[in-house]
Design a protein around this ligand. Sequence first.
Ligand SMILES: *Cc1c(COP(=O)(O)O)cnc(C)c1O
Length: 442
Amino acid sequence: MVLKQEEINQWLVKQPLLNEIIDLKPVVWLNRDRKSMNKIHMLPLHMQDMLEAEQLWYRFAPFLENVFPETISTKGIIESPLRNIPNIKNVLDKRFSYEVGGELYLKCDNELPIAGSIKARGGIYEVFHYAESLAIEAGLIQKQEKYELFATDKFRSFFQQFSIGVGSTGNLGLSIGIISATLGFNVTVYMSADAKQWKKDLLREKGVTVQEFDGDFSEAIYAGRKNTIADPKGYFVDDEDSKHLFLGYSVAALRLQKQLEEQNIQVNENYPLFVYLPCGVGGSPGGITFGLKQVFGDHVHCFFVEPTHSPSVLIGLLTGEMEKVSVQDFGIDNRTEADGLAVGRPSRYATGFSKHLISGIYTVHDEQLFRLLALLHDNENIYVEPSATPGIMGPWKIMQSEYLKQNNINSKNITHITWATGGSLVPEAEMKRFYKKGKGLI
Ligand SMILES: *Cc1c(COP(=O)(O)O)cnc(C)c1O
């Protein structure tokens, strides 16, 4: 559905910020519908669901250790470090002529094993959840048994009769494809036109079927959903509407809580936590925000960031139409080099939570992604992919907005965490190209 000009004009009157969004200007939007945690009782998930999701990860840890040697050092737990990044903070204080108070940390999901991106959290969790339920139903395993069994030929040949499908701009496909093929499933990844060639090559190498589409992410999902569920033994991982992806992401909050304690970082009324999360359909940032809100309540403030060309969750929340509208309906092209964020329509499941929980959304130009990528490398020696960078600007965007005043927060005591969402699987030549482009823009 492309909206008629008349309908767009009505929206512009109701939500004047849409003028700037349609003009592809970077904006900061603060969410007036955010609720205090003690006033929210209607969310369909709770802390207990997160704790159960965490237990599933523990059950599969021996399997992961067995099959992916890179997880031996963490005993089969897929987790990333939290690093202080003071050098880039100094550089950005100068570049933006504004000194941000408090400390800036990077949550390095670019280093997550197996999938090399934040999709390791949601994607691997959902496939494990499905594999476990099939195996239990078939009487092959019980929850208290040793999950190394999932690495045996008996399990692999059992899973061969089932197929898994997923639509992806790249990274979700990598995560679902790699773990499903490892377990023995027949797996097909439906890739949108913006997916990078190396991601398709890598998946084919691992025995995954890759179907390419001319269209964007929503079209790849539509085709994938249709083809996959046509098979009675087909299971579709639906990035536009998945509770399991969401729960997999939410476990990050329990892990972060431990890391903050280990680094003696307090989170309370006097020491609030601000978190900046790159956003595509809103599933990974939504799941993590939900988790953090369960753990830290009103003391954590979560902001999403989207490319100016793909503000799907922003438009969904601003209009209140959620997944019913796409950026294309408003004449925005959904073309961005941030392939992980190149999404025109938000997740129905995740935005149902996010509308009550997030503090706001800001948008950034593509050029800024490359600048930040180069600056992060030059000043912290960390390489991430373009999609993983825009959260770094969060503190400068939000501290200069009305947010602190509205919420009566003292900027000096804030701990800022930027979520770096991907990068370690990017081939070196590709990363050099990104870096060079960023250097040229600085
Ligand atoms: C998928 C992805 C995101 C955003 O996650 P959504 O669940 O789509 O909102 C952010 N960064 C990277 C690198 C990604 O691959």
